[in-house]
Write a protein that binds this ligand. Structure first.
Ligand SMILES: Nc1ncnc2c1ncn2[C@@H]1O[C@H](COP(=O)(O)OP(=O)(O)O)[C@@H](O)[C@H]1O
Ligand SMILES: [Mg+2]
Length: 421
């Protein structure tokens, strides 16, 4: 299991990873935790399995071993950076990788490219789908082409902005009316996002977004906003949707605090709109033997206040689920994603807002509320089994594709011929 990462969502990823581990069938899997520190270095060790140890990162990493994989196709070994005198330096040989990381360098295809180069099966989207899903501009372009509704948007890069702000603003104002919302194209967890109700606020919001990334997207701000999220799992040919949730926000937009810091202990969480199903599960986890140190401290996306399942007008849930599957397929996703929708309550238009190809908590709370075909609700361990089987199946299928075509073109060159092509 790979988690952490060079991303502003490093901590959230730790929560996702530890929650996922708790759900995993320990008899079936021998899990090797691999934490990617903010420095980019990889570590393994038992100490990584307890959330409280992350309070003191220096001590934690001192108690772990630094490790690496080699970019050599077919080498699935995890190596020690500093092997002992008598050890070969191989900590483990890995069969499959379960990435539970979020954000840049992790969820955006970067890591997926490394794993593909190594030739190790891994859960979730490949490089292409990860990259397309991460970039809010590219994602919206693809969805538009597939007739999937997205709110009106305008985009530019930071160089254009700094070279000629007036020109960018003129083009933007020709396309969109205020209020708008300004986002870094590749952020997550609401980081770098601000609403702007006039030109002054726009300029401030763009500077803020551009401090995080080079590509900036500006969208029409939906003022009578209702948000609905839905998870999809499977692959292009065979995918299914979870129940929907309505996340509860405290301000104009759903913030980092709403997502991750309103649960465990803060006032309002208990009496809030958190669904019976979700809070019940949290209590169960807290009561479980040996899990108390890992649960409730920070529940990640699971701690968000939500209505689950979403109470929507007749037919809207089905429409959202159909659009979620269409989005998953348009972006050629694999594994498990969460697709977030915006409903404009002014006219009940439904828009796809974004996809999260490695969602917080892997959307475990959504699947645990979803009935299977036999009417029983999913256990998340079963969902994980399906994801891991899917990773092996994809890897087998890729093995059938041609990667060597037509032999060696150099063999036909005259012997002793020049080196010029
Ligand atoms: N077009 C929009 N109109 C109104 N609110 C929006 C719009 N886009 C995003 N938001 C608000 O901002 C939040 C974060 O935006 P989002 O695109 O989901 O970025 P992130 O990837 O950081 O979650 C959303 O959950 C929603 O509350
Ligand atoms: Mg979002």
């Amino acid at each position: 299991m790979l988690f952490g990462g060079r991303s502003v969502e490093n901590e959230i990823s730790v929560v996702t990873a530890l929650q996922t581990l708790e759900s995993m069938n320990k008899e079936k899997y021998d899990v090797v935790p691999i934490y990617i520190a903010k420095s980019g270095k990889w570590y393994t060790g038992e100490k990584l399995l307890t959330v409280a140890h992350y309070r003191d990162m220096k001590t934690l990493l001192g108690q772990c071993s630094e490790v690496y994989m080699r970019p050599v196709y077919g080498d699935k070994n995890l190596y020690l950076v500093k092997p002992g005198l008598f050890s070969k330096g191989v900590v483990a040989t890995l069969d499959v990788i379960l990435p539970t990381l979020h954000g840049t360098n992790c969820e955006d295809g970067t890591l997926q490219g490394v794993l593909t180069s190594i030739g190790i099966p891994f859960v979730g989207c490949n490089t292409l789908a990860s990259a397309n899903g991460m970039d809010k501009i590219t994602m919206k372009m693809i969805l538009k082409e597939c007739d999937i509704p997205v709110v009106d948007y305008f985009w530019f890069n930071d160089k254009q902005w700094y070279a000629d702000q007036d020109a960018v603003i003129a083009r933007l104002e020709a396309k969109l009316n205020y209020p708008v919302i300004v986002k870094p194209a590749n952020s997550g967890s609401s980081v770098g996002i601000k609403a702007a109700h006039n030109r002054d606020e726009l300029m401030e919001a763009v500077e803020y977004a551009a401090s995080f990334t080079t590509r900036v997207i500006v969208e029409r701000l939906v003022t009578r906003l209702k948000e609905v999220n839905c998870s999809v799992k499977g692959n292009y040919n065979d995918c299914e949707t979870s129940v929907c949730e309505v996340p509860m926000r405290s301000g104009e937009i759903l913030s980092y605090q709403d997502k991750y810091m309103r649960g465990g202990g803060t006032k309002g969480a208990k009496g809030g709109a958190k669904s019976g199903a979700a809070s019940g599960l949290a209590d169960e986890a807290a009561a479980g033997e040996g899990t108390s140190s890992n649960s409730c401290e920070n529940e990640g996306m699971r701690s968000l206040l939500r209505e689950l399942p979403a109470q929507l007008p007749e037919g809207e849930t089905e429409r959202i689920q159909a659009l979620a599957r269409a989005t998953f397929r348009a972006l050629a996703c694999d594994g498990l994603s969460r697709i977030d929708f915006i409903i404009d309550e002014a006219d009940r238009s439904i828009y796809v807002n974004e996809i999260n190809t490695i969602p917080g908590s892997l959307s475990n709370y959504l699947w645990e509320g979803t009935p299977k075909s036999d009417g029983e609700k999913y256990r998340f361990s079963e969902v994980l089994d399906g994801l891991i089987e899917g990773a092996f199946a994809r890897s087998r299928e890729e093995g059938f594709k041609v990667t060597d075509f037509g032999g060696n073109i150099f063999a036909a060159m005259p012997a002793g011929g020049g080196s010029k092509m």
